[in-house]
Ligand binder design. Structure first.
Ligand code: ZN
Length: 102
């Protein structure tokens, strides 16, 4: 979808003031596909700058995409420790009930 607009980004920031982790995670697919509106992309990037959990989650998400695209095994799987930290963070922030990896 093309959405050309001539407003500068600061004029659009009131459209999406803040994205929480759930909002950001929900947009990862479109973000990776470069399919977000400019204001959404900026909001996601702003959140990623402030949120190590989502940044790490996006990194793992991209890794999965890359691995799938290349049809080969991931060279460096996300460690169990990192996965559990992500799960804990997502559980706390999103109210999910992800099971920790033993
Ligand atoms: Zn976050």
């Amino acid at each position: 979808m093309e959405n050309n607009n001539n407003f500068d980004s600061s004029a659009n920031t009131d459209m999406i003031e803040f994205l929480d982790c759930g909002d950001v995670v929900a947009r990862f697919g479109d973000y990776v596909d470069n399919d977000l509106l400019r204001v959404e992309r900026l909001a996601v990037e702003s959140h990623l700058n402030d949120c190590p959990e989502c940044a790490a989650f996006l990194a793992s998400y991209n890794h999965v995409i890359d691995s799938a695209a290349e049809l080969r095994e991931p060279e460096e799987p996300i460690s169990v420790d990192v996965q559990n930290r992500l799960r804990k963070a997502l559980n706390q922030r999103l109210g999910l009930n992800l099971t920790y990896i033993a």
